[in-house]
Design a protein around this ligand. Structure first.
Ligand code: PLP
Length: 452
């Protein structure tokens, strides 16, 4: 294995070792990059440290999850307190914190009246979709091209489609994104063009009788915002057609505002999926929505799934939702500690201010070097796009100079700035002005090295 540079030789060695026992050397395909990913050993605040002892300012932040940075004191204390005071890691029964967190989410998210927990964002969108299918009695779903909702069959469709196969922009074809996806899902997942209300409406009207829901990332990939008129129109049309609107706020939740994208857009989705920040660095997901919809999972109103068939009740069976670790007390404690920190006066404003200052300085730095670049995003996530013109959807992004961006990203790794090549930037409340100054300086040096 050739190391990225001499200073990452140990990473290359560990990766070779990992590749003998873990397919591809990574536990999620997304974590790989050429010639080998960096193997991290330590995190502290805004920094990551690899096995070679190199320090990086971390902008990956576990794909946005670590809004308080690494090893935040309040999260550590909340988790240890929970274990020490109550004597166990998990009860395996209902417990008080589940309700405390549900009440908090209901207070923060305009559309949420009831909550169920899952173990990941993937499970949250899966439960949201199953809830919509059960509630409407319809079986197809609609999703937008380029939107990611987790790696399972129903939604692993047209996330990063090959443009040669993807069809017309106004009527994208459903393209499977993995080997092993049964055709059933491609036939039952309708793909929509993001930020194109007219075409979206046309497709939704054509399939209205069979569509249970439309799911979307209000900010695609965390950085391409939906236009306000598009959102308003989508809410209106889905309501008219009896198609439930699901906001996948796994990435945007707590990052655009404490009440997510829905608070900013002033839109009330029928169901919301949450994850990432909500777990304070631990695996989590949650589904929330209107009471009448969420009550469909209630075992008390119908027959318990395991006793179904044992009596003659005419009551409807509930939607099946389970999970050994759902509502894990340590994770809920970490999540509550995280929200508590974010709620402190001025915290979110400071986070947004440092994010926008960094964006502005980066834009200036690229301009000085004659590179046409724009930063795109909302709140505490953004991306660097080397392209002219508005970026409104997946296809616009394809026009960006990804090659130059990638070359700069590799140089940035050598200069101690970490985000996976081509990945977006997530900020935390512990990033400092010293960090952002170092980051801008590193970008200037990276550009200089690439252009010379
Ligand atoms: N939805 C969105 C918008 C995401 O960004 C992700 C993960 O990146 C998921 C769902 C899946 O979440 P998880 O990785 O926790 O399963």
């Amino acid at each position: 294995m050739t190391p990225l540079s001499e200073s990452t030789r140990k990473s290359a060695e560990y990766f070779s070792k990992a590749s003998e026992v873990i397919p591809g050397g990574v536990t999620a395909n997304i974590k790989y990059f050429d010639p080998h990913p960096l193997i991290m050993e330590k995190g502290k605040g805004s920094k990551l440290y690899d096995v070679d002892g190199n320090e990086y300012i971390d902008y990956l932040l576990c794909y946005g999850a670590l809004i308080l940075g690494h090893g935040h004191k309040q999260v550590f204390e909340a988790v240890t307190k929970q274990m020490i005071e109550y004597g166990t890691t998990i009860f395996g029964t209902p417990h008080k914190l589940e309700t405390t967190m549900a009440e908090k989410l209901i207070e923060l998210y305009p559309s949420i009246e009831m909550v169920r927990y899952t173990n990941s964002g993937l499970e949250a969108t899966l439960l949201a979709i199953r809830t919509a299918v059960a509630f409407t009695g319809k079986s197809k779903i609609a999703k937008f091209e380029g939107h990611y909702h987790g790696g399972y069959d129903q939604v692993l469709v047209s996330v990063n489609p090959d443009m040669e196969l993807a069809g017309d922009q106004t009527e994208p074809r459903a393209i499977g994104e993995s080997r092993g996806l049964p055709d059933y899902y491609l036939e039952n997942t309708i793909v929509l063009p993001f930020n194109d209300l007219e075409s979206t409406e046309k497709i939704l009207r054509a399939h209205a009788d069979e569509l249970a829901c439309t799911i979307l990332e209000p900010i695609q990939s965390g950085f391409i915002p939906a236009d306000q008129e598009f959102m308003d129109g989508l809410r209106k049309i889905t309501a008219e057609l009896g198609i439930l609107l699901i906001f996948d706020e796994v990435k945007t939740g707590f990052r655009l505002s404490l009440g997510g994208a829905q608070e900013i857009y002033g839109i009330t989705p029928d169901i919301t999926a949450l994850g990432k920040v909500l777990g304070g660095g631990f695996p989590v997901g949650a589904v929330g929505g209107k009471k009448e919809i969420m009550m469909i999972t209630s075992a008390r109103d119908g027959r318990d799934i395991l006793t179904a068939g044992m009596d003659n009740s005419n009551k409807q069976e509930p939607l099946y939702h389970s999970g050994t670790y759902n509502g894990h007390p340590l994770i809920v404690a970490a999540g509550l500690a995280t929200i508590n920190e974010l709620e402190k006066e001025g915290t979110m404003d400071e986070l947004f201010a440092i994010t926008y200052a960094l964006r502005e300085q980066l834009e200036r730095a690229y301009k000085e070097h004659g590179i046409i670049m724009q930063t795109i995003g909302e709140g505490s996530i953004f991306n660097i796009v080397i392209a002219e013109g508005p970026i409104k959807n997946y296809r616009d992004l394809e026009k960006a100079n990804l090659q130059l961006r990638k070359e700069i990203d590799y140089k940035l790794l050598e200069l101690g700035i970490y985000t996976k090549p081509l990945n977006r930037y997530s900020m935390s409340i512990v990033h400092t002005e010293e960090d952002t100054e170092r980051t801008v300086k590193a970008h200037k040096e990276a550009i200089r090295r690439v252009l010379n």
